[in-house]
Write a protein that binds this ligand. Sequence first.
Ligand code: ATP
Ligand code: MG
Length: 426
Amino acid sequence: MEKKTRKIGIMGGTFDPIHIGHLILGEGAYKQFGLSEVWFMPAGNPPHKQNRAGRATDEQRVEMIRRAIAGNPHFALCLEEMNADGFTYSYRTLEALNLRYPDTEFYFILGADSLFDFHKWREPDRICRACKIVVATRNQVSSEKLDEVIAQNEERFHGEFLKLDTPNLDISSGNIRERIREGQTIRYYLPDPVISYIFEHGIYGCAPESGQFDRPEEQRQEDAAVAGTQKLWSIDKKLRKELDENRYHHTLGVMFTAASMAMVWDVPLAQAQTAGLLHDCAKCIPNEKKISMCRKHHVPLTAFETAHPFLIHAKLGAYLAKKKYGIEDKEVLNAITWHTTGKPDMTKLEMIIYIADYIEPQRDKAPRLDVIRRLAFEDLEECMYQILKDSMSYLSANPEDLDRTTETAYQYYKKLHDSRKSEVKE
Ligand code: ATP
Ligand code: MG
């Protein structure tokens, strides 16, 4: 048997919604048992239970978890139980995780109420063989009572049950849903970014944007900014694993350059940062794999792209941004799609990402970077023209490698340039 070199805590639940009880449990287990990470694993809802009145959808439960754990580097989301038919048994999930991660020892974290039901779960002895079980007190269960139930379970299922020292927190998702229905405050019961998500989407029967806390506008903007930053951090954490070191540093350069340009050009900062951060998310995938992934996921490729696979990362990047990183914003996805070839009549955000990719501080090969960098903050369309002009002359050495879209983009921005007769110091 492979040596177990890391310990992972699994916090399973419906998380409808996730609340501070769950987070305190996860953090407590992390510290007390020296875990490497704690994975929050939402249980799937069968399709017929989706959109039930007063409940959140699977997607919303997942997004709330994402927001709740975003600021904690040792918390992660585990979608193992979010399968198509929405039905899973803990013993199967834990056995599958053990097979997949033979170097990992799993600690399944439960509240006392779940332990009282444990004997009714499917195959409790198999659960016990697959993991250690960490139990926290809840609902004023006394320490003695908890010890007693632990001893019973240990005897019956031969598992290892460990007691977690946490405060008794009388808080549950059910209670929070009820408070929302009754219009009572839930402030401090859940992290702020989760509360704002609930109210933005009108979940659990609250009126969307009812602003139940009477939070002043500037504080609400602050909440949104915090949620936005946390989302960026969680993207960053995943993305780091997909890129080599140089590409990752370049990516950060593009993100910060795009953010600076967005400040000048009045484009939402979060859009520029997100598109900048993800623009090259598919870049480090080997070319063969890029092609096979596009085929598998029905991302259409032209013959030219198949023959020049370095171009594919833009399209595939937009696909991954959506599927893997959860970006729904079409403007952001388009900016990723067009960052390599450019195209005629680009939006401000698309131009910003295209240009930021060319001028970020670590770039040093292109000619006239000083002029182009200044133009990026003075005239976006002229800047596009100048970059495309240089790219055309660079690519003219191998005209068969010139993408048609780049050529039409060049013609478009040249026409604009000619018609405005703008004079640029060469
Ligand atoms: P609901 O009211 O819908 O049952 P819940 O608050 O119990 O929601 P779950 O998603 O069912 O949340 O819980 C996941 C796990 O977290 C369970 O093992 C549960 O016992 C534990 N848990 C949740 N809240 C607390 C709490 N306040 N103290 C200790 N354990 C908790
Ligand atoms: Mg529960």
